[in-house]
Design a protein around this ligand. Sequence first.
Ligand code: ADP
Length: 542
Amino acid sequence: MLGLMQNWPLLCHRIIDHAAAIHGQQEVVTRSVEGPIHRTTYAAIRGNALKVGQQLDRHGIKIGDRVATIAWNTWRHLEAWYGIMGIGAVCHTVNPRLFPDQIVWIVNHAQDRIMMTDLTFVPLLEKIADKMPSVERYIVFTDRAHMPQTTLKNAIAYEDWIAEADGDFRWKEFDENTAAAMCYTSGTTGDPKGVLYSHRSNVLHAMMANNPDALGTRAKDTMLPVVPLFHANSWGIAFSAPSMGTKLVMPGPKLDGASVYELLSTEKVTYSAGVPTVWLMLLQYMATEKKTLPDLKVVVCGGSAMPRSMIKAFMDMGVEPRHAWGMTEMSPLGTVGALKPPFANLTGEAALDVLQTQGYPPFGVQMKITDDAGKPQPWDAKTFGRLKVSGPSISKAYYRLDANILDEDGFFDTGDVATMDPYGYMRITDRSKDVIKSGGEWISSIDLENLAVGHPKVLEAAVIGVQHPKWDERPLLIVQLKPDQQATREDILQYMDGKIAKWWMPDDVQFVDSIPHTATGKILKIALREQFKDYRFPTAAA
Ligand code: ADP
């Protein structure tokens, strides 16, 4: 027997409809690419999103066609986001930090028909546009006064383009399983892979993200997503915040410590989300300038492991740090770190121990850890295993790639290695390709990095496995010191000694001027491996 409830398809544009109807006057504030702070409301965003939909429809964009954006977090990007999805087209967010060749590859693979972009990226696109023949028209997120002369095909200023529409338009009707958005993984190994979100998966993910122990903002909160709309579905914030009526503060192109601080402070932001490098810049700025943020309540940090020293720095400021783990393929939330019973009342180091894990999965994400043969491993907080996940907002395949990515139980292998504890807290110990295999045992590069950055003079640390004649691989610690700081190999090793098992201690420390990062802010270990490919441990040579 079937239930007798309405069939109300879970469609992304219903979120902006709701925001406009119930929280219509709630603000969306942007540091615009042109410079000034811009203010609008959810009602106005919906109005313009309808105009975007109307214009795309007139252009002949059909259900399933791809419309790309290469753009910062701004109100215009949000209008385009909902306008594209609302007619059943696919909003393909492209990461501008990728190499130009990767952008070309991705746009050609996706066959994007229209490209919307910011002033910042016009010069970049002009250089590669002739290699992207599928793009019929470029729309620049600006007004006529700021529109540059450009060679981009059929280029028009966004404000002029939407002014051609009257907004007397209705969203298209389609099934909730229709594709809504697309995001390519950054492809540090092999070609990028296209992750294709559906309307249903995005709406369910927004509800999951709104769980108070996850992102959980309220209508009275203000959220500043430092995480860009082009990084892993903006961690779902472009859906979760409007669905709650939360005020949004969009940082535009300026993500340095001073600029992020200024917005957090002047807009009285209560929630923010971003990768550790962003928080590193903010905390450094605040320490040097002796600044405070009395309104900030929660900082969500993910994309790479959040160092213990950073978790502590936020706690000392009275801010709740929520360590999140996820991936593009998971829409992206997988786990969030919050203190639940029996840990809820912990303080100090004991609280840090729990918050340093990547947290536990919300309802909607199922997890297991297995050995290489697929055998489930115990949740004892000690045993490492391959982390596999299943849920309604998790990929079952990649776009135009004919390969099965699920195991026999329908779980997706994340490529991460993790432990689980009896309470469901997950701790990432490594990417499976980064784990250091020493004498048949595994050493977690992330644990060593987290420990090393606790040293007061260390800005960032990376650990890679280097070949060793006896042990197969041993850890090499690569350190970037804070500006104007000096430290020796011995200083760093002495600091680490006694805090980890003896056999986990790095065999050597090398200092570098800067640690390279990927387009999504992760340490680029491939480049470090290349840089240190001829390196041999002094002890190994002896
Ligand atoms: P991309 O691969 O495009 O940079 P993703 O965000 O999809 O973007 O990367 C997902 C991977 O990032 C995860 O599989 C994991 O290895 C790593 N990651 C994400 N969050 C964390 C975290 N909190 N701690 C450690 N690693 C993390």
